[in-house]
Design a protein around this ligand. Structure first.
Ligand SMILES: C[S@@+](CC[C@H](N)C(=O)[O-])C[C@H]1O[C@@H](n2cnc3c(N)ncnc32)[C@H](O)[C@@H]1O
Length: 322
């Protein structure tokens, strides 16, 4: 069976239907976003993102068992997590999967450019099109919060893992983190778009046509995010799905408090105003604050306060026959 083709230009009728169908919304929204996604989120396949991906992975799963011979990513998008983990030596052979055909296409193109051993399929995380006991590792980044039935997806992950295999999901928003990130983002957007109406600051105003965005599918941004997570509740879901050695870890508190206003400001002003100096300042500030979060704040603040949650667990070994 061949994968469906990408549809980056949804019709008005399709977009209307997608408001009541979160999976269709995810396909249309992410097919529209696929071609510009890496640029929009500053995703790269160099040392910066390789060390980000491997640090996140190691923070929750440790380095034992690496390199995993065969891994699959759910909701891979353009391949940010899996391809950078492969380049970082965590994984040998990879499969990218995503509900959006456009994303699978871009991820496979990125893998080819990097010379990595990767195949891919269009796949819904609630019905993964692979045989039982196929993978040593299943990963995902910023995908669980888009899936309507998270427990069903976790059961599927455990089905396609080999006994003893591991899953790692990272980059999921916590309930409290999502609340303050949204509020800070809204406030920054309001301030930036209003202050830049004033005479001397007009040149900092992004043209309205760009702010309104050109695509119908862009309107679905509000529909694709379905969940935020409490770390303990997420652990319970993974255990109920059948996983053992389950552990949730959170990160980014001060980094998120600074990062969300910075990212929103950058989206609200013309890109040419953001000099290399500014970008380096923002990146190094984020790096420094992330280190403070990991080394200091993680020891004194409740884990629920942090913005990101990641979770790992293991598929139990098959029971031995008597
Ligand atoms: C926020 S993006 C993250 C992409 C990538 N993992 C990253 O971190 O850059 C979420 C991705 O999940 C995919 N997705 C949404 N619902 C899905 C589902 N039910 N099954 C598989 N993928 C899904 C979307 O198409 C999208 O590519």
């Amino acid at each position: 069976m061949t994968d469906p083709a990408p549809n980056p230009h949804a019709s008005a009728e399709q977009v209307r239907a997608a408001f009541d169908d979160p999976k269709l919304a995810n396909i249309l929204y992410h097919d529209w976003e696929a071609g510009t996604y890496d640029e929009k989120w500053s995703i790269s396949y160099d040392e910066r993102c390789i060390s980000y991906a491997t640090d996140v992975f190691n923070a929750v799963a440790g380095e034992q068992g690496q390199p995993y011979p065969r891994a699959m990513e759910l909701g891979s998008g353009t391949g940010f997590f899996l391809l950078n983990l492969m380049q970082g030596g965590v994984i040998k052979k990879g499969s990218v999967t995503d509900l959006s055909p456009g994303m699978v296409q871009v991820a496979l193109r990125n893998a080819e450019k990097l010379g990595l051993d990767v195949d891919g399929r269009v796949a819904d995380a609630e019905r993964i099109p692979y045989e039982d006991d196929t993978f040593d590792l299943v990963v995902g980044h910023a995908v669980l919060h888009h899936i309507p039935d998270v427990p069903a997806a976790l059961r599927e992950v455990l089905r396609v893992l080999k006994p003893g295999g591991r899953f790692v999901f990272a980059g999921e928003p916590t309930k409290i983190g999502d609340f303050y990130a949204r509020k800070l983002g809204q406030l920054t957007w309001w301030l930036t778009t209003n202050v830049t109406r004033l005479g001397p600051l007009r040149s900092w105003r992004r043209p309205q046509a760009e702010l309104d965005s050109s695509s119908r599918a862009a309107a679905l941004e509000a529909v694709v995010d379905l969940h935020t997570f409490d770390p303990s509740d997420l652990e319970r879901k993974a255990i109920s799905a059948g996983a053992i050695d389950v552990r949730a870890v959170t990160d980014e508190f001060s980094a998120a408090l600074a990062g969300w206003p910075i990212r929103t400001f950058e989206a609200a002003v013309p890109p040419e105003k953001l000099t290399l100096r500014w970008r380096l300042f923002a990146y190094h500030l984020w790096l420094r604050l992330s280190a403070v979060d990991r080394k200091v704040l993680a020891k004194i603040l409740p884990r629920e306060l942090f913005y990101n949650v990641m979770i790992t667990g293991i598929k139990p070994a098959a029971p031995t026959e008597l």
